[in-house]
Design a protein around this ligand. Structure first.
Ligand SMILES: O=P(O)(O)OC[C@H]1O[C@H](OP(=O)(O)OP(=O)(O)O)[C@H](O)[C@@H]1O
Ligand SMILES: O=c1cc[nH]c(=O)[nH]1
Ligand SMILES: [Mg+2]
Length: 212
């Protein structure tokens, strides 16, 4: 598995405000949206394109367009929804599939409660968006689900990742031979005893949408 921590002062600046406990929900939403667009710019470096020629007013010009089938963006509900608009702004032709997953706060096991994606993902590049990669249980289950449906490669875009979660992803997918990338704005120190990322930003879903 390949991990990319995007090292850019604008990303660091926005992430610092996102972490701040005093940042209110409207500002948190706006910053999550802005951050995903910056991360997606890096995460889509390998997006598949086909060569085309267009006529400028002066002469033919060689260029590229996104190849079909178009990428599939998969937000993991609930918190991943806060990253969807930023992705589709950058990839307007992308299709969107939804995975609803919740982590049991006691066992830290991920449970899938909703799936709404194309049945056949053969040949698809998939971009999973979820702000938090903590134990990695949620992302590993999501990636496995996409591979089971035929996805060719999966890139996960996370705002924050914990070393434990990256290690878990590495272990689970070590021998699959399928390309997996994680693109994140920061690699934090560790998880605490409740499975929260330290220093992290708290519960991303609650900060985006309110405490449930
Ligand atoms: O790496 P893990 O240990 O599996 O934890 C990460 C998951 O936890 C959060 O979702 P949560 O379960 O809080 O659901 P929510 O988005 O509905 O709040 C987060 O958005 C990830 O999906
Ligand atoms: O720190 C964490 C860990 C899991 N989920 C969150 O929203 N935050
Ligand atoms: Mg949550």
């Amino acid at each position: 598995m390949e991990t990319l921590v995007v090292d850019h002062p604008l990303v660091a600046h926005k992430l610092t405000t996102l972490r701040d406990v005093r940042t209110d929900s409207p500002t948190f939403r706006r910053l999550a949206d802005e951050l995903v667009t910056l991360l997606a710019y890096e995460a889509t470096r390998d997006v598949r394109v086909t060569e085309v020629t267009v006529d400028t007013p002066v002469a033919p010009a060689h260029g590229v367009r996104l190849a079909k089938p178009y990428p599939l963006v998969v937000p993991i509900l609930r918190a991943g929804l806060g990253m969807l608009d930023g992705m589709t702004r950058l990839l307007p032709t992308a299709e969107v599939g939804f995975l609803g997953m919740i982590r049991d706060e006691n066992t830290l096991q991920a449970e899938t409660y909703a799936t709404r994606l194309p049945e056949d993902l053969s040949g698809r590049q998939c971009y999973v968006v979820d702000p938090m990669l903590a134990t990695g249980g949620t992302l590993a289950a999501a990636v496995q689900y996409l591979f089971d449906r035929g996805a060719v490669d999966v890139t996960a875009i996370c705002l924050l990742a914990a070393p434990e979660g990256l290690a878990y992803m590495d272990k689970v997918f070590a021998n699959t031979g399928k390309p997996i990338r994680v693109v994140t704005a920061a690699l934090d120190e560790r998880l605490n005893e409740h499975g929260y990322i330290v220093p992290g930003l708290g519960d991303a879903g609650d900060r985006l949408y309110g405490v449930v």
